[in-house]
Design a protein around this ligand. Structure first.
Ligand code: COA
Length: 380
């Protein structure tokens, strides 16, 4: 390979394939799912409608939605053996590891994991979309020493999850239409984002004609990293560490002086702002006003202003979603698993798309190691 080979570190700027699932236009801060602006979907649709759109290409009619929801609800109960498996996992491990293990387990029960038909993959998606929230809720409550709450088949996706986590006592987010809406909006905004690292991971694994469970476990591993989905947890760790809005500007300035990354800022594709932030920021402000969370809003504003003033780098979706999840009552270590519950819809849409027009993903590398040599000449 010649010395002039152009290396695109991190594949930055490389267009790897076509996709019809979503479109990101950084110049206009726009994101559409199957052609619909994500802001409109977040304002007007349920998460179930958006999941249907991502998988089927069209928003469902009332009848299609009812049928899909009925199928999904039937799958919400956890296999008792999966509960036993979760119980033996240490509560010291990250909840993303529990989720990754749960997906692997579900895969072992599929008699036809290698079937690549669209229908089969969507069935896997429907099953995971129904089971994973129950697994996460179970893990949240077992770590808190609380009794498991069985899924409720009469509630929608977002409401049922909040119910399984927080119960339905007075003050539970599951009883607040505003809290349910905020949570649901976060799920819609997190559902899909073209060739991000975890989705691309799922496509790489799919491209080898491996099974969808392997693709999803790989995607969960990629999402866990703090440069990707793990950032929403680090945003809140940072805010909890700063604790006082009066200290926020100094904290940001010190971090920048030390050349530290500040989580929740910056994006590989958006350089003028993340299309999803205005919707999530408005939801966070509204939530904070209802839940006495002004401190976090003040800190949010000061951090964003200081960062913009010094670097011009804007917040990404994880910046408002982190404190919003905190105000909803979630433990920080569960923020990225919440992201998984949403993104599994995008991953499945991409796995189907990859299978439908597959080429093994296998880039080249430019070797820059030791020149060729012989073992006979080694000093050993
Ligand atoms: N905090 C401080 N500096 C940042 C920054 C951040 N969050 N994001 C980018 N920068 C700086 C980089 O250090 C780099 O500085 P340099 O030119 O002096 O080396 C410059 O901005 C350009 O960034 P670059 O590394 O080209 O951006 P990227 O496209 O490779 O990285 C991210 C994108 C998301 C990986 C990066 O912005 C980041 O690590 N953000 C924090 C993690 C996060 O919030 N992830 C969630 C993404 S949705």
């Amino acid at each position: 390979m010649s010395n002039e080979t152009e290396i695109r570190k991190g594949l930055a700027g490389v267009v790897a394939d076509y996709t019809a699932v979503s479109k990101v236009v950084p110049e206009t801060n726009s994101l559409t799912y199957r052609g619909y602006p994500v802001q409109e979907l977040a304002a007007e649709c349920t998460f179930e409608e958006v999941a249907y759109l991502l998988w089927e290409g069209e928003l469902p009619t009332a009848e299609q939605l009812e049928q899909r929801n009925a199928e999904g609800k039937e799958l919400r109960k956890l296999d008792p053996d999966l509960i036993k498996l979760i119980d033996v996992l240490p509560t010291t491990c990250h909840p993303m590891d529990v989720l990754r293990t749960a997906v692997s387990y579900v895969g072992t029960k599929d008699p036809e994991p290698f079937t690549t038909s669209e229908q089969h993959i969507r069935g896997i998606g429907l099953n995971l979309l129904a089971q994973l929230p129950t697994a996460v809720a179970y893990d949240i409550r077992r770590r808190a020493g609380q009794e498991f709450i069985e899924p409720c088949l009469d509630r929608g996706f977002a409401e049922n999850f909040l119910y399984m986590v927080f119960g339905d006592e007075e003050g539970s987010p599951a009883n607040s239409p505003e809290d349910i809406k905020t949570f649901e909006q976060s799920l819609i905004l997190y559902a899909e984002h073209s060739f991000n690292a975890s989705t691309f991971t799922s496509r790489v694994i799919t491209s080898t004609r491996s099974d969808a469970y392997s693709a999803i476990t790989g995607a969960i591993g990629a999402l866990k990293g703090p440069l990707h989905g793990g950032a929403n947890e680090f945003v809140m760790h940072t805010m909890l560490e700063i604790d006082d809005p009066a200290k926020a500007a100094d904290w940001v300035n010190n971090a920048l002086d030390n050349k530290d990354l500040i989580m929740g800022f910056g994006h590989r594709v958006y350089k003028k702002g993340d299309s999803r932030v205005p919707t999530m920021e408005a939801a966070f402000r509204e939530l904070a006003a209802r839940k006495d969370g002004q401190k976090w809003v003040e800190m949010y504003d000061i951090m964003a202003e200081t960062m913009d003033g010094r670097t011009g780098i804007k917040p990404n979706l994880d910046f408002p979603s982190g404190p919003a999840y905190h105000l909803l009552g979630f433990e920080v270590e569960f923020f990225t698993p919440l992201f998984v519950l949403a993104r599994v819809t995008g991953w499945i849409a991409h796995i189907v798309e990859q299978y439908s027009s597959n080429a093994l993903i296998r880039p080249l590398s430019a070797y820059n190691g030791a020149p060729q040599r012989s073992v006979a000449d080694a000093d050993r």
